[in-house]
Design a binder for this molecule. Structure first.
Ligand code: COA
Length: 257
């Protein structure tokens, strides 16, 4: 159980709120385990109709806790981060995200697996995997080129360009950009509550259809990305990049061929 993950209930709406603001909601192993548990329980609890994921109205998440990455990197598909992403990937119930402030790394990747995404117009989204000596994760190496074309996806995945909530909405990564974090959370709640009045089995069947025949292929991609990601986490390039973040200095990749 992690005190950094809060669960709130409002009728059939379950809100999972990341709450580790002093570390910009960086995600630890304990947080992933709790998030996986919350999602699995929500999917199996008939009184829950829809899940909202948020970090509140200031910051979504700065991604995986970098100290955790250095000290206790995931070892395989049975690590807490994989349990969480698998739980999200397999959700039969609708999942809505409300994003304000930073959404880094997995904070952006996870949005690709939500049903509806609302963002503050000035939110800052980023997938800096290559700069960290890592690689894309959880299907993003396939989903983003399909969604945006190779050239735009390369800017986001290879260069790790920061993009705004406004851009995320224009590119179809998010449904709508709102004027503030508070407005984003309010809009996401309002839209999530619409599911409370719809028939749950029809939602689940339709969600499954929308995932389409590419789903099996996506599972394979996720396994390949995961294996490579875990391997790269132990690479000298990643250790240099992650240590540089912790030591608040610029990484030096000049010694790598
Ligand atoms: N892992 C561990 N600690 C993190 C973190 C992360 N992913 N992101 C932020 N923190 C910590 C900082 O070390 C700092 O801790 P301190 O107060 O003990 O020194 C605190 O959270 C505040 O972060 P700071 O960088 O000062 O905030 P900021 O507002 O200037 O910048 C971010 C916010 C999100 C842009 C910046 O923290 C960042 O780039 N974080 C790393 C993102 C990342 O690369 N994630 C991994 C993706 S795979």
């Amino acid at each position: 159980m992690s005190e950094h993950v809060l669960v709130e209930r409002e009728e059939g709406l379950l809100t999972l709120r990341l709450h580790r603001l002093d570390k910009k909601n960086a995600l630890t192993r304990a947080m992933y385990s709790r998030m996986a548990e919350v999602l699995e329980q929500a999917d199996n609890d008939p009184s829950v109709r829809v899940v909202l994921i948020t970090g509140g109205d200031e910051c979504f998440t700065s991604g995986n806790d970098i100290a955790d990455f250095l000290q206790e990197p995931p070892t395989g598909m049975d690590s807490p981060v994989f349990f969480f992403m698998r739980a999200l990937f397999e959700m039969k119930k609708p999942v809505v995200a409300a994003v304000a402030g930073s959404a880094v790394g997995i904070g952006t990747t996870l949005l690709l697996h939500c049903d509806l995404v609302y963002v503050a117009h000035d939110a800052k989204l980023k997938m800096p995997f290559v700069a960290l000596g890592l690689c894309p994760e959880y299907g993003s190496s396939q989903i983003l080129p399909q969604m945006l074309g190779h050239a735009k996806a390369a800017e986001l995945l290879l260069l790790g360009e920061t993009f705004s909530g406004e851009q995320a909405a224009a590119w179809g990564i998010a449904n709508q950009a709102l004027e503030s974090g508070a407005a984003t959370l309010a809009k996401a709640k309002e839209m999530a509550k619409r599911f409370l009045h719809l028939p749950p089995k029809a939602i689940a069947d339709s969600k499954e259809l929308m995932r389409g025949p590419g789903r099996e292929q996506l599972r394979k991609v996720i396994a390949e990305e995961g294996a490579l990601f875990n391997q790269r986490l132990r690479s000298p390039e990643a250790i240099e990049a992650l240590s540089a973040f912790m030591q608040r200095r610029k990484p030096d990749f000049s010694k790598f061929a």
